[in-house]
Write a protein that binds this ligand. Structure first.
Ligand code: PLP
Length: 401
């Protein structure tokens, strides 16, 4: 039974977990199966091939791991590095903070490059660290592509350019949890060694699958990496890949069929169209925020995120109250401000299987809530700004042309 029912559909606008499309829910509504029967390896083979497309890699090796984004982080780190290895890691918000905490607890020597929350990774500092590091003590660069807490997208192409410029061999490990399959992401072109995401974000699946993709260089590093790993050991997967049975332990059958349906939907729409749709949703949200007279937590346009917008509220308003009102009054979920920005921002997640009219429902709700909490917004201002932009920019649905 539901904990507390609300009328109509819940408007889920947190930046993950996101709405699961009906087609995916139906595909998952099935019995368990014997994963050692021929059907499951056959399905897995198609998933491993197709999932590479969302990373834009042909040379990477994917792993579908029963875990979350946090486990995917651990898998990336422990398979490629040894305790004591020097890592350069960027602290720009709550999720990069948590990843750094994991890196420190796993006993790596973490060289933290901190920026104000709302800013992107400081790549000037990276450039000087790479320039100084002639003996190549830096073994990996760890970076969160899209910081979900602040709505900041980092420029991975520049990170690659710097590594190439200084001919530095460090591995590039990228958290793509709130970016892959929604933002422009090019694993091969950007020379990313390990990229990872979680099923509950842009793939619009239930939580429970971490998807990690390793470059040939990362697989090579795994041969000598000394970090203790058991559950996350890529070797166990590779052994079963060779046998053609694929699974070192029991996969969730339902999630595998769900992933198949999710990928089918993405490919039917076209991955580039999916990315374009996210760019429209991001822009429409930012136009609404501007029309409300509020500030985006993201300090510069170059870092604007197309999957989440963190909205700064005036000092006399507690953003937690906005999130609470959304749930209590409008059956809507917005994202809380986390840690340093708690009470100061609320977040609108606009990622996954979501369309423009759904977003407009959310923006309309936010306008009412802003008035509920005492901010004198002009009703319709944000919705109007978003509509004016969307009406001129939404293309026909590819499958209906
Ligand atoms: N990385 C990013 C960018 C995230 O947004 C999140 C969760 O929101 C995580 C990692 C952690 O993922 P999980 O909660 O699935 O462990």
């Amino acid at each position: 039974m539901d904990y507390v029912n609300g009328p109509g559909r819940n408007h889920l606008f947190v930046p993950g977990p996101v709405n699961i499309p009906d087609q995916v829910i139906r595909a998952m509504n099935r019995n368990n199966e014997d994963y050692r029967s021929p059907a499951v390896p056959a399905l897995t083979k198609t998933l491993l091939e197709d999932v590479k497309k969302i990373f834009k890699t042909t040379t990477g090796t994917p792993f579908l791991i029963p875990t979350t984004g946090t486990g995917a982080w651990e898998s990336a780190l422990t398979n490629t590095l040894s305790p004591g290895d020097r890592i350069v890691s960027f602290l720009i918000g709550q999720f990069s903070l948590l990843w750094i905490d994991q890196q420190q607890r796993l006993k790596f020597n973490v060289d933290v490059v901190e920026s104000e929350w709302g800013q992107g990774a400081n790549l000037d500092v990276l450039a000087s660290k790479l320039a100084e590091d002639r003996s190549h003590t830096i073994k990996a660069i760890c970076i969160v592509h899209n910081e979900t807490a602040t709505g900041v997208t980092n420029n991975l192409a520049t990170v690659r350019k710097l590594l190439d410029e200084y001919r530095h061999p460090a591995l590039l490990l990228v958290d793509g949890v709130s970016s892959i399959c929604a933002l422009d992401f090019r694993m091969d072109e950007w020379g990313i060694d390990v990229a990872l995401t979680g099923s509950q974000k842009a793939l619009s699946l239930p939580t429970g699958m971490g998807i990690v993709c390793a470059s040939p260089k990362a697989l090579e590093a795994a041969k000598t990496a000394k970090s203790l790993r058991v559950f996350f050991d890529w070797n166990d997967y590779l052994k079963f890949y060779k046998l053609g049975t694929y699974w070192p332990y029991t996969p969730s059958i339902q999630l595998l069929y769900g992933l198949r349906a999710a990928l089918d939907l993405i490919f039917e729409e076209g991955l580039d169209n999916v990315i374009e749709r996210h760019s429209r949703l991001g822009k429409a949200t930012r136009l609404a925020v501007e029309a409300w007279g509020l500030k985006n937590c993201t300090q510069k346009e170059e870092w604007y995120s197309n999957t989440v917008t963190a909205v700064v509220v005036p000092p006399y308003i507690d953003s937690t109250e906005i999130v609470r009102t959304a749930w209590k009054k409008y059956n809507m979920n917005l994202g809380l401000g986390l840690n340093k920005v708690a009470g100061k921002v609320f977040r609108i997640g606009h990622l996954g299987n979501l369309n423009e009219c759904q977003l407009l429902g959310c923006l309309a709700g936010v306008e009412m809530i802003l008035r509920d909490v005492g901010y004198p917004v002009k009703l319709g201002s944000g919705v109007g700004a978003a509509c004016a932009y969307l009406q001129n920019n939404v293309p026909l649905i590819p499958s209906r042309i």
